[in-house]
Design a protein around this ligand. Structure first.
Ligand SMILES: Cc1cc2nc3c(=O)[nH]c(=O)nc-3n(C[C@H](O)[C@H](O)[C@H](O)COP(=O)(O)OP(=O)(O)OC[C@H]3O[C@@H](n4cnc5c(N)ncnc54)[C@H](O)[C@@H]3O)c2cc1C
Length: 403
């Protein structure tokens, strides 16, 4: 496998870099830099997505026939790396990267024609209704029930940890349509309009102090049968396809390596406590950041290797569990080191932070320091959502190591 970029790929990189310089507004870069949560706020994402869509680069990983770019996996990697280096806001993975591939792989023509353009235009904003109280890792035990009533299902139950449900007008949802058979066989995949009676979204405030996740209650919610994706009982197969994309749908290393560069810049402004030196001159700090950087570079090589396999037409498979686990751990180590780097300034957990308008008369420390702690706390979720690290390790043990 060739690990170097070709002349065409370098030209592509320059094109992307040049376009970002012209088209990524400063206020979106600042908003991204000040974001303490895993996903950026809806208004930031929507504005950025519309700019990308106007260039035809929003759904860069979709097949061309549905509005994708037709880029090779390497071009996608270069694009993601340039986005990260430029400090662009993250994209709304829930619609673009999670449900869209399900719709164009398993959906009817009518579902493709209706939903895909509205994901591209950001008219539809999606949330994921998988987890329930008591059914997270053991997802097949979910209890939300959909009972057939003519051309509709009547859905009752509750979903939890639903990211951005308070912004969403659609939810893709796993429901039980049959309780008599093996749990996995009785699950179906429904697309639910959130703007209808019977749906109640209650906020859950994270330990970082942010409103990112929710509990969603469904009480006699009516869903047309034509909004079921796939056959009745095919939901588990579709759920696993989606989770594979959630765990490995894009590369993690570009954002991690860009963040490490940022941490180096931040450390250069912080005193080490020895003779007026900065942290970047401190032996222990240098060792810590070098260790993380080496692991992030190793991750990058693994991701490039997987891209080379994807280019041969293979599916990523259980390797996504390894990537997700390692990437989550690196993310958390960076967040941890950043809190340490800011010392006392990094220990604050204020409700008013740069992104939301700093209400404090005299904010403590630089803006970066003010979000270090909430970002660290929210970032603990990396090793939980999309399947916990323990669950990923079990998948690796069974499917990769054959244990
Ligand atoms: C910030 C955040 C956002 C999220 N967003 C969404 C969302 O948008 N939509 C959605 O559907 N869900 C979402 N989730 C839920 C997430 O997928 C679940 O939290 C996750 O699957 C774990 O399930 P649980 O919380 O029920 O924990 P549990 O399954 O109860 O696990 C508790 C602990 O036991 C361990 N454990 C469980 N089973 C095993 C096992 N067999 N072997 C070894 N250890 C085990 C786990 O690793 C964990 O440490 C989100 C979660 C977070 C934190």
């Amino acid at each position: 496998m060739d690990m170097y970029f070709s002349a065409d790929e370098m030209a592509f990189r320059d094109e992307v870099r040049g376009w970002l310089k012209e088209n990524l507004p400063d206020h979106l870069k600042t908003a991204m830099a000040n974001t303490p949560s895993v996903f950026v706020e809806q208004d930031i994402m929507v504005e950025w997505q519309r700019i990308l869509n106007s260039r035809g680069w929003l759904a860069y990983f979709w097949p061309e026939e549905y509005g994708g770019t037709g880029w090779t996996p390497t071009q996608r990697y270069i694009f993601e790396k340039e986005l990260a280096l430029a400090g662009a806001p993250g994209l709304v993975v829930l619609g673009l990267k999670l449900v869209a591939p399900v719709i164009y792989t398993y959906g009817t023509q009518k579902q493709k024609d209706f939903f895909l353009p509205k994901i591209l235009s950001t008219e539809h904003y999606w949330c994921q209704g998988y987890s329930e109280p008591g059914s997270g890792s053991d997802l097949a035990s979910l209890k939300t029930k959909a009972v057939r009533d003519g051309d509709e299902y009547i859905v009752n139950g509750t979903k939890i940890w639903t990211t951005h449900a308070h912004f969403s007008n659609w939810m893709f949802c796993l429901v039980k349509t049959d309780t008599e058979c093996k749990p996995q066989k009785g699950i179906s995949f429904l697309l639910i309009d959130m703007e209808q009676p019977g749906i109640d979204v209650k906020p859950i405030i994270t330990m970082g102090g942010d409103h990112e996740v929710n509990q969603v209650f469904l009480d006699d919610v009516r869903v047309p049968v034509e909004n079921r994706v796939g056959e009745e009982g095919q939901g588990w197969e579709i759920a696993k396809f989606l989770l594979e994309n959630e765990r490995g749908g894009s590369c993690h290393s570009p954002a991690l390596l860009a963040d490490l560069q940022k941490l180096r810049r931040q450390a250069a402004t912080q005193p080490s406590g020895h003779n007026g030196a900065t942290l970047t001159e401190d032996g222990r700090f240098r060792e810590e950041i070098a260790k993380i950087e080496l692991d992030a570079q190793a991750l990058e090589i693994s991701e490039l290797r997987i891209l080379a396999e994807l280019a041969q037409g293979r599916r990523p498979g259980p390797q996504t569990s390894m990537i997700k686990t390692i990437a989550s751990e690196i993310r958390q180590r960076i967040d941890h080191l950043r809190v340490e780097a800011f010392g006392y300034d990094g220990m604050q957990l204020e409700w008013s932070r740069p992104l939301y308008g700093n209400a404090r008369a005299i904010p403590v420390g630089p803006e970066d320091a003010q979000i270090a702690m909430p970002a660290y706390l929210n970032g603990r979720a990396w090793s939980i959502f999309g399947g916990t690290s323990e669950v990923q390790r079990t998948i690796i043990a069974k499917t990769v190591l054959g244990l």
